[in-house]
Design a protein around this ligand. Structure first.
Ligand SMILES: [Zn+2]
Length: 225
């Protein structure tokens, strides 16, 4: 496997460029590689023009097409919004792409079933997480209205799902984290916080304004009804 630094990079240029070898004017959206002394090179001069473009999106196909191509290059384009180069896809050899496509077709059913199994497993983990988190909320806030612990837990689960490892999900269950989740819920649901935001308060002003109201609700919820 080639490391990222060894990969050949092809840039979709965003300004007028000229090939440093053949001298051809390449326009403002040319695909070029950068050679140390010569600057930008057109793909013909760089001997990459026989490769086929495979757009990003199909991870298995991409991985295999690269594996079966002796020569491949990553295609990058500058994103003005994100201020960084973003991967658009790969240039690969036709025979490598063909072989990859055949392989993907052959085991597509297996991969589909594996995906389904993983989705079921994730759902199960999420369900456990919501149950546990809800129980934690109910224990810390026994006076919380019926059903709210589930609402809070589902929100917390959406927030953490996929973003953290499952070992870290235990940390997300600690008292401080649960209190933060309940406070946020109270702030949005039991105070004028959202209304203040809509009226143009900045977040910190609005938080300070509703802080007392949040604390009163939390105290009420902390004592068993
Ligand atoms: Zn050239």
């Amino acid at each position: 496997m080639k490391s990222p630094s060894e990969e050949i990079k092809v840039f979709i240029s965003n300004r007028e460029s000229t090939c440093g070898e053949c001298g051809e004017n390449l326009g403002s959206k040319a695909w070029v590689t950068l050679a140390k002394e010569k600057g930008a090179l057109c793909l013909a001069c760089a001997d990459l023009d026989h490769l086929l473009f495979l757009p990003s999106g199909d991870a298995a196909l991409t991985r295999r097409a690269r594996k079966y191509s002796i020569l491949s290059a990553v295609v990058l384009k500058w994103s003005h919004g994100r201020k960084r180069y973003e991967r658009q896809g790969l240039l690969v050899e036709a025979q490598g792409l063909e072989k990859a496509e055949e392989e993907c077709l052959a085991d597509s059913e297996i991969r589909e079933r594996r995906r389904e199994r993983e989705a079921v497993r994730r759902e199960e983990l999420d369900r456990q997480y919501v149950d546990q988190f809800g129980t934690r909320v109910r224990n810390l806030f026994p006076g919380c209205p019926k059903g709210r612990e589930r609402e809070i837990a589902e929100h917390a689960c959406r927030k953490y799902s996929g973003r953290i490892g499952r070992s870290a999900s235990a940390r997300a269950m600690d008292e401080e984290a649960v209190r933060l989740a309940v406070s946020a819920h109270v702030r949005h649901g039991e105070t004028k916080y959202d209304e203040l935001l809509a009226r143009g308060y900045d977040r910190w002003e609005a938080r300070i304004a509703v802080d007392g109201a949040v604390r009163i609700v939390l105290q009420r919820w902390e004592s068993p009804r």
